[in-house]
Design a protein around this ligand. Structure first.
Ligand code: NAP
Length: 365
C-alpha cells in the first residue's frame, strides 16, 4: 500500500470544497491536511467556519471538524507536508484568480483547479482524463515558461456542463465517426451555482433561461480539450461546431444535456453507437485509477431514463449516463446525457485528474 499523499483544499468551505471533503475522507491515495478559505473563515475551526452551510447529504466527516481553516493567502501557514492543492476558489476577477493559482505553483505546489480563470491560458492543460490525459505533457513547458520549480504547476478541469456529453462525443470520434455539428440544451442543477444556488428559495420554483458565461464555455471549451498537443502547444480543434443553450432548473445535483448532432461522414447505426459507448474505455480505466468509473459511459434503454434522482450517482457520480438515443428529424441523431456536476463536473473530475498526475509522475511524492 502506498503512503498517502498530503493534500490541501483551497475554497474548502464552499459547495465544491465540501464535496472534496466528502470524496477524499475515504480516498486510498490522498489525505487532507490543510483546509483554506477566505479571511471570513480563517482562524475558525472548519465546523465553525461552515456553520449552517454544510450542504452534503452525509454528515461532516469528524476528522475535519476541528481543523483550523487557513486564509488562502497565508502561505507561511501551509503545512510542510502538503504535496498538492485542489482549488475551488474564485477571487472575483479572473486575473486575480489566475495570479493566485500561479502563486501556489511558483512555490512548488501542483494545483488542480475548478475555476475557469486559467482554462484558456495556453500552457495550462484543461483535462477530462478519459479524453486528453496526454495534454499533461505540456506541464514541463509551463514550468519552463514561468520559471516554476519542477514540482509546481497549474492544471484545470473544464466547465461542468461539458462533462455531461463530451466523453460520448469523443468515443464516437475515436471509433471513426467524427462529429461535425452539435446543438446542445443543458438543464443544469442548482448546486452548479454554488452555495447561493442551493440556498436562495426562489431558485427552487423556476427555470432560469440564462446562466452567465455558460453557453460560451459549453461552446468553446471542447475545442481545447479535443485539441492536439504539437510543438509544445495545445492546438484547439475547431472542426466541430457547437451551439449551446444553457438553463438552470430546480434540481439539486446533476446536469442533463439534450444533445442533437450531425456526423461529418458516415452515420453509424443506432446499435453501433450504443456498442461504441458501452464498450468505451480509456486511460483512467486501464490504469485502474481509484476514481475511474467502470464503465465510464452507461447506456440505458428505458424511455424514461436517465433521470437525475435515479441516475446521478451512477459510477459513484463519475459515470456519464445516456438514454433516449434516436434518429432525429433535423439532425442525424439525438440523445439525453446526465452527469453529476459537483462530482464528475467538479471535485471528482479534479481528483481523477490528480490521480492521473500521480500515476504519470508529475506529482513528486
Ligand atoms: P461557493 O460554494 O460559493 O464557495 C466558494 C469558496 O471560495 C468558499 O470556500 C469561499 O470561502 C471561497 N472564497 C470566496 N471568495 C473568496 C476570496 N475573496 N478569497 C478567498 N476565498 C474565497 O462556490 P463553489 O460552487 O464551491 O465553486 C467554487 C469554484 O468551483 C468556482 O470557481 C466555480 O466556478 C467552480 N465550479 C463549481 C462547480 C459546481 O458544480 N458548483 C462546478 C465546476 C466548477 P468562504 O466560505 O470563507 O467565503
Amino acid at each position: 500500500m502506498r503512503k498517502k499523499i498530503a493534500v490541501g483544499i483551497l475554497g474548502a468551505t464552499g459547495v465544491v470544497g465540501q464535496n472534496y471533503l466528502r470524496l477524499l475522507a475515504t480516498h486510498p491515495w490522498f489525505e487532507i491536511v490543510d483546509l483554506a478559505a477566505s479571511s471570513r473563515s480563517a482562524g475558525k475551526t472548519y465546523e465553525q467556519a461552515v456553520g449552517e452551510r454544510w450542504l452534503m447529504d452525509s454528515s461532516m466527516p469528524d476528522e475535519f471538524k476541528n481543523m483550523k481553516v487557513r486564509d488562502v493567502t497565508d502561505y507561511a501557514a501551509i503545512p510542510a507536508d502538503v504535496k498538492l492543492f485542489f482549488s475551488a476558489t474564485e477571487l472575483g476577477d479572473k486575473q486575480a484568480t489566475r495570479d493566485f493559482e500561479f502563486a501556489y505553483a511558483e512555490q512548488g505546489y501542483p494545483v488542480v483547479s475548478n475555476s475557469s480563470a486559467n482554462r484558456w491560458t495556453p500552457d495550462v492543460p484543461m483535462v477530462i482524463p478519459e479524453i486528453n490525459g496526454d495534454h499533461l505533457e505540456i506541464l514541463p513547458i509551463q514550468q519552463k515558461n514561468r520559471n516554476f520549480p519542477d514540482s509546481g504547476f497549474v492544471a484545470v478541469k473544464p466547465n461542468c456542463s461539458v462533462q455531461s456529453y463530451l466523453v460520448a462525443i469523443h468515443a464516437l470520434n475515436e471509433a471513426g465517426y467524427p462529429v461535425e455539428e452539435i446543438l446542445v440544451n443543458t438543464l443544469q442543477a442548482l448546486s452548479g451555482a454554488g452555495y447561493k444556488g442551493l440556498t436562495e428559495p426562489e431558485r427552487r420554483i423556476t427555470v432560469n433561461p440564462f446562466i452567465p458565461g455558460e453557453e460560451e464555455k459549453t461552446e468553446n471549451e471542447p475545442s481545447k480539450i479535443l485539441g492536439l498537443l504539437e510543438d509544445n502547444k495545445i492546438i484547439p480543434d475547431y472542426s466541430m461546431e457547437i451551439s449551446a443553450l444553457c438553463t438552470r432548473v430546480p434540481v439539486i445535483d446533476g446536469h442533463t444535456a439534450l444533445v442533437y448532432l450531425n456526423f461529418a461522414e458516415e452515420v453509424p447505426e443506432l446499435d453501433t453507437i450504443k456498442k461504441i459507448w458501452s464498450e468505451f474505455t480509456a486511460e483512467p480505466q486501464s490504469l485502474k485509477l481509484p476514481s475511474a468509473p467502470v464503465p465510464p459511459i452507461l447506456v440505458m434503454e428505458e424511455d424514461d431514463r436517465p433521470q437525475v434522482h435515479l441516475d446521478v450517482d451512477n459510477g459513484e457520480g463519475m459515470a456519464v449516463t445516456i438514454g433516449r438515443l434516436a434518429e432525429d428529424k433535423f439532425f442525424d441523431i439525438r440523445f439525453v446525457a446526465l452527469s453529476h456536476n459537483t462530482v464528475r463536473g467538479a471535485a471528482g473530475g479534479a481528483i481523477l485528474t490528480a490521480e492521473l498526475l500521480v500515476e504519470k509522475g508529475y506529482i513528486k511524492v
